[in-house]
Design a binder for this molecule. Sequence first.
Ligand code: ADE
Length: 247
Amino acid sequence: MNVHAGISVEDRKLIVKLPLTTPTGKIRVKRREVSSNYALPIATRKEPFRENDYVEWQISYATDNPPNGSGVEDVRLNSQVGFELTKLLCEGIKCGILLNDDIQEIKSFINEVKQDDTLEENEKILREDSRSEVKGGFKKFVEKAPLFIKNNIEKGYFVEIILMHKQRAVGLQAMVYLCIYIVKLKDENGESLIGRAARANEFGILEITSENKEIIVDVVKAFAVASWQHRNDIESILNKVVSKCRK
Ligand code: ADE
């Protein structure tokens, strides 16, 4: 079963519930290895959470089949229903976290993204000759794949755009990940998660208010630069959200 994020509004705050025990899902907890600077999923039911662990969320904006209550039925993209990021935008406007100025800033950002700015179409993965050989006469090459990170340490999150080769077609594919440090999440009793392992099927809770609404803005910007298709999708979603999700 694919466990998904829960997004709701309480007290004019966005409440985002993120699953903590699904290491193979679209939402998983990772820990960065000091030796390689590479982050790997951790077994959160056994391993106590540390300050530097984070939840990596492969967030999307539309889907064919939203789980019950998680879709934005009024905001559609072709045959798909608005979802996750679209829900954050819609509820964020309705509860007064995202103001007119924020929407204008996002719109003018998207407008400034031109065809030679989008990463999928303009970046490359390279193979460099490392000028060494292993047994059997195999020459070593090292693949270099570009990766883009926007860090907001103060607010406890970062957004990554990762480029990889498409699995069933020619060209690159950009993936957007919203990563939130575990220190910024609370458990269901409002307590920190640090220092203990996750309980069965536990969720961590993130509050989005006007204090950290850049989270939403930065994910929109990531999609706007990730690819020309995402840029156009997100522009269309934003226009629909503005007309359908009024305060
Ligand atoms: N399609 C759905 N979610 C996506 C994401 N996070 N990044 C890129 N493409 C996606």
